[in-house]
Design a protein around this ligand. Sequence first.
Ligand SMILES: *Cc1c(COP(=O)(O)O)cnc(C)c1O
Length: 397
Amino acid sequence: MKDTPSKPRKPRTNAVHAGIRRSQFGEVSEAMFLTQGFVYPTAEDAEERFLNSSRENFIYARYGNPTVAMFEDRIAALEGTEDAFACASGMAAVNGTMMSILKAGDHVVAARALFGSCLYILEEILPRFGVEVTLIDGTDLEAWKAALRPDTRVAFFETISNPTLEVIDIAGVADLAHAVGAVVVVDNVFATPTYSRALELGADVIVYSTTKHIDGQGRCLGGVICGKQEFVRGTAEPYLKHTGGSMSPFNAWVMLKGLEHLDLRVRAQTDTATKVAAALDGHPKLVRVLYPHDRSHPQYDLAIRQMEAGGTVLSFDIKGGKDAAYRFLNALEIIIISNNLGDAKTIATPPYTTTHQRLPEDRKAALGITPGLIRLSCGLEDTGDLIDDILNALDAA
Ligand SMILES: *Cc1c(COP(=O)(O)O)cnc(C)c1O
């Protein structure tokens, strides 16, 4: 057994072993260092640690902690990036990335189909600090070309958008954004590290809400920023460690253990999502089914090119609007109504009246967020049981 690999390892191996730091006791399972701080044997040692604090030389958990460092190194190994910084939540990661890069006078171009809190940062917070934000249809490369300018510092998008599962051409946007010198920041939650090719396709910074698939059992909030070491340690970390956005050691331990079986879970959940999408195709009670690897998806060719599989989430629009959607939700017996995703439990969400409730009518319409829309995050239950539950509930709709 060697903690430092003599040759490159495959993702499944890294998911189990990367980043491990064993204590003097040689524990098998990674230790949870549930400590805010660290003891210095002497005053001289204290002075030395403050002078040379590092990722092996800890001083305070907001700055770094061994359990958090193990999680960071493991996810960086999985994502293929040089480094990673673990954050208190997905939003701490998105906000930390933006605030650490941008200054007054800068310009941001972002896809308009975004998680609600990401939109809040872009539309409410950044403009207060003199950052100009242009929101566009992220699926349209011509719109990116038209919006990007010499003063654009960041291009931001969800690689697969929530809840309508638009697929953005990462390589296409990255080429255009890099031509004006912008940093390409992607929110990669729906792709998951299992299907992510964001780095090789040109993304500079890859952000996850680890609350979703990486925890995978709905226990903790977390986020992570993956990228080049210079960016992660030189730009993002100083902002986050001084403003309180660091991940707690307990949450890092949960996420670290989650990474060990992330790949197995995501592939099983994706297999179910693929089968559910196929079972719903052409169902008479549905207006449409949205799943990236379903032939009817508007960007099917891109989704096939960019992603090995369609992911764990699908959406469908029930005929009859809100009333029919509510009858469907209330008739579900196994599937729960909630708003997490990537969980072991299959979750149905009506975005129109929950996650995207506050968006004005015209913007919901432009994004395809209709009153009958249901987002379904497939879990680990028996696929047949789930399809039965959905078909029965559709009868009630
Ligand atoms: C959940 C989510 C976030 C926010 O993450 P939190 O951990 O809830 O802060 C950001 N982006 C996407 C795409 C998400 O699904």
